[in-house]
Design a protein around this ligand. Structure first.
Ligand code: PMP
Length: 448
């Protein structure tokens, strides 16, 4: 159905369906179609839609103070959210800077990191290291940090230089017969060589997603990878920045995904699940030493946006945090995530075009391949991911497929990120509809 529109939609050639109501895992459009939300939008809606506690908290805050500019005031609700985040984060990640989304969180992390060294007189530090096949947001700094050629191509001349190393992507990049420890050691060696080549005195920090979301599809790190990264950052005095915009806030079964890797980064970017879709909110979480350095130096973080610390956004995020704890949703993610993975294995482990089923907690993905044995990807021109998305929508299912050529990676995957409140029956429905959607899509694109 096409509607005349004055909005600039991403795809200017057609107007997407109009969502008229959303509750729990269900979204309904104006044509009367209902969809089961198996991706939480883009791994956002961790509590499903219309959660009464979050709505009540937002309404209460709206009545108290809908807005207060941070050059004049802080608010009780923003302070309480800061306390909560500090209390629940591991180690001395005791400070939160509240912004309006994931890209803003990454931008703020980059600026905090640079200022951290400027305050120490190390103004020559100007390089970030990030990985190929990465995505850290669409604003110019975050876009520069990411290695997604497709998203970058029109803007290349505007982007700062960022040094690149290989991603940690076992399924695609570990050679057949290569031991996983050797694979990991090689990646760490590559990072160390990069730091040395750049000169550690020029490097600000290394940034990576703990579990890679959209670009490669729920790719967890190999055992020991982030411990090795942490050790290298310590050895050379550079900052470790974790992008947990997608994988953080409980999505993997712990509040932060890196808790399962036994490390504490210096800075963490959050978004999506922080407000669970109820309000646009992101945050940078910082360790004591980062904030102490700024405090002891100029005493000012040289940054700011009009909506920093927005009280209604803070109220929504605080309510989300409380529900996650009260309803033991971290445990639910671990248990139901494992059940979901089992269901996916039962349905797709023998599927000729499913090469890998992977992820952590409720952040899972299927890698789609032309041939399982050689892990041969589909021809990018077939746009398999787009066909899967469309066919699944026809089957009443929202999933988040991605594909094409992304900075050296070829292939298609389907990302699944159901709300934490999904029941086993919901998950079974999701798998059944996904099986239908996949067959429909493959019948359309399969050569011959
Ligand atoms: N980092 C990662 C890992 C993401 O997945 C995203 C969003 N897809 C972002 C940053 C940017 O967040 P936002 O879209 O909220 O600006």
């Amino acid at each position: 159905m096409h509607h005349p529109t004055h909005l600039i939609h991403r795809d200017l050639r057609r107007t997407p369906p109009v969502a008229v109501c959303a509750f729990g895992l269900q979204v309904r459009d104006s044509a009367g179609n209902t969809y089961l939300d198996a991706s939480g939008g883009a791994a956002v809606s961790s509590l499903g839609h219309g959660h009464p506690d979050v709505l009540a908290a937002m309404q209460a805050q709206l009545k108290v103070a809908a807005y207060a500019h941070t050059s004049f005031f802080t608010t009780e609700v923003a302070e309480e959210l800061g306390d909560r985040l500090a209390q629940d984060a591991p180690g001395d990640l005791n400070h939160a800077y509240l912004v309006s989304g994931g890209s803003e969180a990454v931008e703020a992390a980059l600026k905090l990191a640079r200022q951290y060294f400027v305050e120490n007189g190390e103004t020559q530090r100007r390089v970030f290291i990030a990985r190929r096949q990465s995505y850290h947001g669409n604003t110019l700094g975050a876009l520069a940090l990411g290695g997604n050629e497709y998203r970058r191509r029109h803007f290349e001349p505007l982007l700062m230089d960022v040094a690149r190393v290989s991603p940690c992507f076992e399924y695609r990049e570990r050679r057949a017969g290569q031991d996983v420890h050797e694979y990991t050691a090689n990646l760490l060696q590559e990072l160390e060589t990069k730091i040395i080549d750049l000169g550690p005195q020029h490097v600000i920090g290394f940034c990576a997603e703990t579990v890679v979301g959209a670009t490669s599809g729920a790719v967890p790190p190999t055992p020991g990878y982030f411990k090795g990264v942490r050790a290298l950052c310590d050895k050379y005095g550079i900052l470790m920045i974790a992008d947990e915009v997608m994988c953080g806030m409980g999505r993997t079964g712990t509040l932060y995904a890196f808790e399962q890797d036994g490390v504490v980064p210096d800075l963490v970017a959050l978004g999506k699940g922080l407000g669970a879709g109820y309000q646009p909110i992101g945050a940078v979480i910082a360790r004591d030493h980062v904030v102490q350095r700024l405090r002891a130096g100029s005493g000012v973080f040289q940054h700011g946006h009009t909506y920093v610390g927005h009280p209604v956004a803070a109220a929504a995020a605080l309510a989300v945090q409380k529900v996650i704890r009260r309803d033991c949703l971290l445990g639910a993610v671990t248990v139901r995530g494992a059940a979901f993975r089992r269901m996916l294995r039962e349905a797709f482990a023998m599927h000729p075009h499913v090469g890998d089923i992977r992820g952590r907690g409720m952040l899972l993905a299927l890698e789609l391949v032309q041939e399982r044995d050689g892990k041969r990807p589909f021809d990018p021109d077939l746009q398999v991911h787009a066909a899967v998305k469309e066919a699944c929508l026809e089957c009443g299912l929202m999933v988040y497929p991605m594909g094409g050529t992304i900075d050296g990676r070829r292939g298609d995957h389907v990302l699944l990120a159901p709300p934490f409140i999904a029941t086993e029956a919901d998950l079974q429905q999701i798998v059944a509809r996904l099986a239908d959607g996949l067959e429909r899509a493959l019948a359309r694109v399969r050569p011959g």
